[in-house]
Every structure is written in structure tokens, then in C-alpha cells.
Design a protein around this ligand. Structure first.
Ligand SMILES: Nc1nc2c(c(=O)[nH]1)N[C@H]1C(S)=C(S)[C@@H](COP(=O)(O)O)O[C@H]1N2
Ligand SMILES: [Mo]
Length: 306
């Protein structure tokens, strides 16, 4: 049986998720393990459960149409300028309410993590979207390694500040460093990953090398790039776009077709690369991840907590 499948095949192409779960339940522990080990590398089998089977955008689309204001505000600026960013060596300072604070080398982190493919929808607050085959690991796995103290309620993130290599940082377009934050339960959710690559390759600089957050049910700006600091805190952290325009960008920023941006509708989106005459698509609540994440917001007024 093994020979029928290429090792690069994604689980989502082999069998739908429901069938996969059924089969696992039917076969029970040992049998299920043998099956997945036989036909797929470890990572690919694990990737399946959370990946969409929507067609990914091309590598070209994903690496040439970017938001990364550290390199300029144009969609082509990151591709033009991010090549000059030095990403080796790279380290991440992990501090705040953690048991093992410290400066962790990127390679040391990678040595402990299992990287897998996650094909996620990405919905920018500007009302365009893509489908990206990320490589990465669950943020929760890293949080477990450093040990988050019980008093922590939020995780905050910061991007590198290096104006010599990030020409956009020579101007006060945003209040550098770019900052983002999540509630601890959002940070620990299995859909939340630290991405280290895409299309099976290391992360292109314009997409946030070497390490960027991906939170697929939130607007794209929450998915902070080129992270150098992760902090566990007991109070809601500042976040860049929320500081910039609090009426327009909330702390939560969950994708929500029913809460319009003050200056445009969020009901529909344009899939990048769809061609000039392609129709706009309906935007889905929580970007289509409601089954997985709606419970995180039970009882909350999402019009107020936008
Ligand atoms: N540091 C940093 N992270 C960032 C941004 C940015 O300007 N700076 N832009 C955000 C926005 S608005 C989006 S839509 C996504 C885009 O990710 P992509 O270019 O990989 O598609 O990155 C997010 N992360
Ligand atoms: Mo965005």
C-alpha cells in the first residue's frame, strides 16, 4: 500500500478528514498508528486534521503580494527589499511570566519542534485572501517548553527592529516594533502556529522569516512576522494596529463578515490570483474555523469585542 503514495502527498489529498477520523476510531490505537506510519511521514499525517482542502495560492502569489510595513507599504515592497534582512543567526527572547525565561536560538528551538504542513486560509482586514501551505509547529508546544506560569493570561509578540535592514522603519509609519498579542487560550489553540516555511521550503523573508505567527481565524495583521520576543503577561498587551486606530482594529480582530470595518464591508473578499473577472467570495465567520474556535468566545458580544 505504501508504494501507491508519494511521500509529499498531503493527507488532505488522500482522504477527507471525517473518513480519516472514522477509520482511526474503527481501527483503534495500534492499527491506526501502523496505517498512518505506513503511508505518510509523521508530519504530513499530523497536518491533515487542521488543513483546508481549498486550492493553495501559487508560490509566486504568496511571495510577491505581501504586507510587511517594515519594508514599505506597497504590496511589492517586501519582495523587493526583504532580501537584505539577515535571518542567521536569529534568536527569540522569551520572558515575562514563564518558568524558563531566556534568549532561545532559532536552531535550538527547531531542534525540539516537529514541523508539519498546515494549509490555512489567510484573510487580510483589507478584504483580500489567500490559501497558504505553511510549515510550522504549534505555539502551544513552545509555550510548554518554557513553561507558562498560572498567573499568565496573555501572550505578546514583537518583531525585529533593525532600520539598517528594514527601510520602512526609517519612517514612523507605525510605532515600531510591530507588536501583537493573543489571549492565552487563543495562543494555546492547536490552530495557532509559529510558521517557519511554506511550500515545504524555509520561510521567504517577505513572509516573515525565520519565524512568524499564524492565527488563521483572525485578520492577517494578527499574524506577526519575524518575531524576536514572546512575553507571557497578566494584562492585555498593546497591539500595533489597535494602537494606530482603535476604532478600526480591535484587539480580537476575529474574521467576522457581520462587523464591517468603518470604511469598508467585511462581508466578502477577493481571492488573490483569482483573475480579473473572478467573483468575490463570501467571507466566513472566523474565516471558516468556527467549529474549532467559536467556543473560545462563548457569551462575548463580538460587535463590541471586535
Ligand atoms: N511585523 C509585521 N508583521 C505583519 C505585518 C507587518 O506589516 N509587519 N503585516 C500583517 C498583515 S496586515 C498581513 S495581511 C500579513 C500578511 O502576511 P503575508 O505577507 O505572509 O501574506 O502579515 C501580517 N504581519
Ligand atoms: Mo492585513
Amino acid at each position: 500500500m505504501a508504494g501507491r503514495f508519494k511521500s509529499t502527498l498531503r493527507w488532505s489529498q488522500v482522504t477527507p478528514e471525517a473518513q480519516y477520523l472514522d477509520r482511526r476510531q474503527l481501527m483503534g490505537g495500534a492499527g491506526a498508528l501502523a496505517l498512518s506510519a505506513a503511508i505518510l511521514p509523521r508530519g504530513a499525517a499530523a497536518a491533515s486534521r487542521y488543513s483546508t482542502d481549498a486550492e493553495p495560492n501559487s508560490y509566486e502569489d504568496i511571495t510577491s503580494y505581501n504586507n510587511f510595513y517594515e519594508f514599505g507599504t506597497g504590496k511589492g515592497d517586501p519582495e523587493d527589499h526583504a532580501g537584505q534582512l539577515t535571518t542567521e543567526p536569529w534568536s527569540v527572547k522569551i520572558d515575562g511570566l514563564v518558568d524558563r525565561p531566556g534568549t532561545y536560538g532559532f536552531d535550538d528551538i527547531m531542534a525540539k519542534m516537529t514541523v508539519e504542513e498546515r494549509i490555512y486560509r489567510l484573510r487580510c482586514v483589507e478584504a483580500w485572501s489567500m490559501v497558504v501551505p505553511w510549515m510550522g509547529f504549534e505555539l502551544a508546544d513552545l509555550l510548554d517548553i518554557v513553561g507558562v506560569k498560572p498567573s499568565a493570561r496573555f501572550i505578546s509578540f514583537e518583531t525585529l527592529v533593525r532600520p539598517e535592514e528594514m527601510p520602512g522603519q526609517k519612517y514612523p509609519v507605525l510605532d515600531w516594533p510591530y507588536r501583537e498579542g493573543l489571549r492565552l487560550d487563543e495562543a494555546r489553540h492547536p490552530l495557532t502556529i509559529l510558521a517557519t516555511g511554506l511550500y515545504g521550503k524555509p520561510m521567504p523573508n517577505q513572509n516573515g522569516a525565520p519565524l512568524r505567527l499564524v492565527v488563521p481565524w483572525k485578520y492577517g495583521f494578527k499574524s506577526i512576522k519575524s518575531i524576536v520576543r514572546i512575553t507571557a503577561t497578566d494584562s492585555q498587551p498593546q497591539s500595533t494596529w489597535n494602537m494606530q486606530a482603535p476604532r478600526e482594529y480591535g484587539f480580537y480582530s476575529n474574521v467576522n463578515p457581520e462587523v464591517d470595518h468603518p470604511r469598508w464591508s467585511q462581508a466578502t473578499e477577493r481571492r488573490v490570483g483569482g483573475g480579473l473577472f473572478s467573483r468575490r467570495q463570501d467571507t466566513l465567520m472566523f474565516n471558516g474555523y468556527g467549529d474549532e474556535v467559536a467556543s473560545l468566545y462563548a457569551g462575548m458580544d463580538l460587535q463590541k469585542n471586535f
